[in-house]
Design a protein around this ligand. Structure first.
Ligand code: B1H
Length: 830
């Protein structure tokens, strides 16, 4: 078929289309009904809320697809430099509300559904989270995708389409149990399956020499081939026609068959074995930051990297017939070291397959890759055993050795015979288990290494990557993390959104967050304060209802809602919080009537998942429940103190809990939280922070002022000296007392909690709970005092929101675009 014929056919076909889909209520209703009948295949006369949600989502999906097509057509025409964002984790949460808000058609949908007798919110609740990630790192990727789309950057995300997302947490008798999250069970209207977009990914096998045009080349003969199939997830920007793509890969058996004849038994086995290929994209690893050197994990990494690189190179070659412009058209961003094999894969393709020669291939690689590290501890760095790498990816291991050899030569020239330096910096770690240090590899090959907050950057320079910083100071930068105000204010807190827009006289802050600072002028205004408190009350009511349904506990709306939600980790110190609650309980118990009347009532809320193999974290969850059991059922305490553990913390739960919080805790031991992004969401929602000067909190202090939050604990610079003191570090008596209560079985489970108590006593208190306890209690007391004065508290709350502008992912992405990726907006005309 000639190009002319094709065009004529296409024109005829698209001539049948009645322009773009319309967004008036009647058109929306017709579309929804259409999808009930033909997509969901339910009769018009009988469908339930879930089916209505499905039909509704499909009508939204149609509108997403239009913009997504136009955006890609436009990118193709303009051929700008594109950013490819590679991440093994994306924590997208729900899509419906976010999509209609970003498309600017939420009100129309609310009307359309209302006229049909449906409530938008009720249908939206039918959706389950897409939880293809663990925590902060994964949610950051999701926020950054939203900002990339909104700011019109020509970007693509790449990741893995896990069939099982992060496990569901259920609590039985106060203990965490994990259940598989088979999230695709009921279909996923937000993805577009692209059966024709697929690539073969190779594993194992051998490397052989081949002579071509008089030169020697290495050829990788694989032992196993698996097919990667693309699933596209449109990401709409807000206030723009642009919708970018998040392409996730699923593993399928390879399309290449051996031409063998089987007897029946062999045939069945052969089919069953082929099917095993799908295991690669089956399940997300649930441990954030423990690297076990598992083969399946490495397979996942290479699988997604290889498919993505093939896709990127194919797209480039569609319009370019050589690689001269490669570095002007492509930026590749690696989210932590998890996708760092992409570097070696590009090197392999350019050198072995495109025959560009080592120097040219290396030059390209060094110009296109940048990497962000989210790690603080050296132990947190990914290491792959050489044996594993050599067996799964034999050619890649050779290339890594070649890169390392050249790097070592460079070091020798620069530092002479400083062998210990060479050993520290080498990509290959010698030792009991010889391994590849993925961080060293990434630093050597990337043109920029970014940290995620200023404190993190300082630690990278002075500790984690000191040698590398000395060698290449200009490579190292930081971009303080941010979160998207679209999801974390507009979607999750519509009442606050309305108040902000009313007082600023514009909705422009949704795209330009700096405008929020305009609220500062009204922080003491009695009318705004009243509206502000009203919003908080509405959100606390929603949260209180949720708590009552979950746990049967009725909480008072007059109490201060004090929240700590995040992954359970010793360094995040949920245990400090629980010990503080025990102290509060202990005090209330010993008070006389007149003192009790002065107590500020509290509802303490804790939520978070523990990695399945993390015993101590699981004990902390059990302790929360044991303490809650005692406190919540003590008639002598009543509304003065409640402790609620919210199970299965995820993005949707966060959207409900954050707007309804008064106070939130971010109390990691200083120097351990690379950034922390939860605090930013609370800040945007006018919650006050009780926090240590760690990670991004240090920058938050600069924006909203130390007077408007409750700071506590040792600072990063003080931590090493405290650790050195070991058992002689000063610990307050209250601390000794509350730990003793747990040890003595005051909350039951005496034996079970023993090892937990051991982590904070007898000089083994690595995370310094004892050392920070007095300061923690003081900060809590200051919060109580501030809460009594509601005018003061509301002022602090308004100032928190108005100071949150710097922590929008829009700012983060603008910085990356300019300082790291060198990309510019490419806005699709409306
Ligand atoms: C963060 C991780 C992480 N840092 C390994 N590192 C993982 C490491 O599955 N894995 O193997 C998963 C996740 N996640 C977090 O990143 C930091 O702890 C936070 O402080 C930071 O805010 C967040 C985003 O930068």
């Amino acid at each position: 078929e000639s190009l002319g014929d094709h065009r004529a056919k296409a024109e005829k076909m698209f001539g049948l289309m009645d322009g773009f889909l319309k967004n008036d209520p009647v058109s929306l209703q017709k579309d929804i009904v259409y999808h009930v009948e033909y997509t969901v295949a339910r009769s018009r006369f009988s469908f339930d809320d879930f089916e209505a949600y499905q039909a509704l989502s499909h009508s939204v999906r149609d509108r997403l697809i239009e913009r997504w097509h136009d955006t890609h057509q436009y990118f193709k025409k303009k051929d700008p430099k594109r950013l490819y964002f590679l991440s093994l984790e994306f924590l997208m949460g729900c899509s419906l509300s976010n999509s209609v808000i970003n498309l600017g058609i939420r009100d129309q949908y609310v009307d359309a559904l209302g006229q049909l007798g449906f409530e938008f919110e009720v249908l939206a609740e039918q959706e389950g989270d897409a939880a293809l990630g663990n925590g902060g790192l994964a949610r950051l990727s999701a926020c950054q995708m939203d900002s990339l789309a909104t700011l019109d950057f020509p970007a693509w995300g790449y990741g893995l389409r896990y069939q099982y997302g992060l496990f569901r947490q259920i609590i039985v008798d106060g203990f965490q149990h994990e259940q598989p999250d088979y999230w695709l069970n009921f279909g996923n209207p937000w993805e577009i399956e692209r059966v024709q977009v697929s690539y073969a990914v190779k594993f194992y096998g051998t490397v052989e020499e081949e002579v071509s045009n008089g030169s020697n080349y290495k050829v990788w003969i694989p032992g196993e081939t698996v097919e990667a199939v693309a699933y596209d997830n449109p990401i709409p920007g807000y206030g723009t026609r642009n919708a970018i793509n998040l392409r996730l890969w699923a593993a399928k058996p390879s399309g290449q068959y051996d031409l063998e004849s089987y007897n029946t038994g062999d045939y069945i086995n052969a089919v069953v074995n082929r099917q095993k290929a799908e295991i690669i994209s089956n399940v997300l690893y649930p441990d954030d930051r423990s690297y076990q050197g598992k083969e399946l994990r490495l397979k996942q990494q290479y699988f997604f990297v290889s498919a993505s690189i093939q896709d990127i190179i194919r797209r480039f070659k569609d319009v370019h017939d050589n690689f001269d412009e490669f570095t002007e058209k492509i930026a590749l961003q690696i989210n932590d070291t998890h996708p760092s094999l992409a570097i070696i894969e590009v090197m392999r393709v350019l050198f072995d397959e495109e025959h560009l020669g080592w120097d040219k291939a290396w030059d390209i690689v060094c110009k296109i890759f940048s990497f962000t590290t989210h790690t603080v501890q050296p132990e947190g760095l990914e290491k792959i055993p050489v044996d594993l790498m050599g067996s799964l990816l034999p050619r890649h291991l050779q290339i890594i050795y070649d890169i390392n050899y050249k790097f070592m030569e460079e070091l020798k020239k620069k530092f002479g015979q400083d062998y210990s330096r060479h050993a520290r910096m080498s990509i290959v770690e010698e030792g009991a288990v010889k391994s590849i240090r993925m961080a060293n590899l990434s630093i050597v090959c990337c043109h920029k290494v970014n940290g995620v907050s200023r404190v993190h950057f300082e630690l990278l320079k002075t500790r984690v990557f000191k040698d590398f910083y000395d060698l290449w100071p200009l490579k190292f930068q930081y971009k303080t993390n941010g979160v998207t105000q679209r999801r974390w204010i507009v979607v999750s807190n519509p009442s606050l959104c309305a108040v902000i827009s009313k007082w600023l006289g514009t909705e422009a802050w949704v795209r330009n967050i700096d405008l929020l600072a305009g609220l500062r002028d009204y922080a003491s205004d009695a009318d705004l304060q009243q509206e502000w408190r009203m919003v908080k009350k509405i959100n606390k009511m929603r949260l209180a209802e949720y708590i009552e349904t979950l746990s049967g506990v009725k909480v008072s709306l007059d109490a201060m809602f004090d929240v700590q939600i995040k992954r359970i980790h010793e360094y995040k110190r949920q245990l400090l919080n629980v010990l503080g609650i025990i102290h509060r309980y202990d005090c209330i118990k010993s008070m006389n009537e007149s003192d009790r009347r002065k107590v500020v009532p509290r509802v303490c809320i804790i939520g978070g998942k523990a990695a399945p193999g993390y015993e101590i974290a699981k004990k902390i969850i059990k302790l929360c429940h044991a303490v809650a059991e005692k406190v919540n059922n003590d008639p002598g305490v009543g509304d003065l103190l409640k402790l609620i553990f919210i199970p299965d913390y995820n993005v949707s739960v966060a959207e409900l809990v954050i707007p309804g919080s008064d106070l939130s805790q971010h109390v990691s031991t200083a120097g351990h939280e690379a950034s922390g992004t939860g605090s930013m969401k609370f800040l945007m929602n006018g919650c006050l922070l009780l926090a240590t000067a760690d990670g991004s909190t240090v920058e938050i202090i600069e924006e909203i002022g130390a007077d408007n939050m409750f700071l506590l604990g040792a600072r990063v610079s003080e931590v090493p000296a405290l650790r050195d003191q070991g058992a002689s570090v000063r610990v307050p008596l209250q601390f000794v007392r509350v730990v003793r209560m747990v040890r003595d079985g005051y909350f039951g489970f005496k034996d079970y909690f023993e090892s937990l108590c051991d982590t904070v006593e007898n000089g083994k208190d690595f995370y310094l709970l004892g050392a920070d306890f007095a300061s923690y209690l003081e900060a809590q007391a200051a919060a109580d005092l501030a809460f009594v004065n509601q005018e003061k508290w509301t002022r602090m709350s308004i100032l928190s929101t108005s100071g949150s502008g710097r922590f929008s992912s829009d700012r983060t992405i603008e910085e990356y675009a300019e300082q790291t990726w060198g990309i510019e907006p490419c806005k699709c005309p409306f």
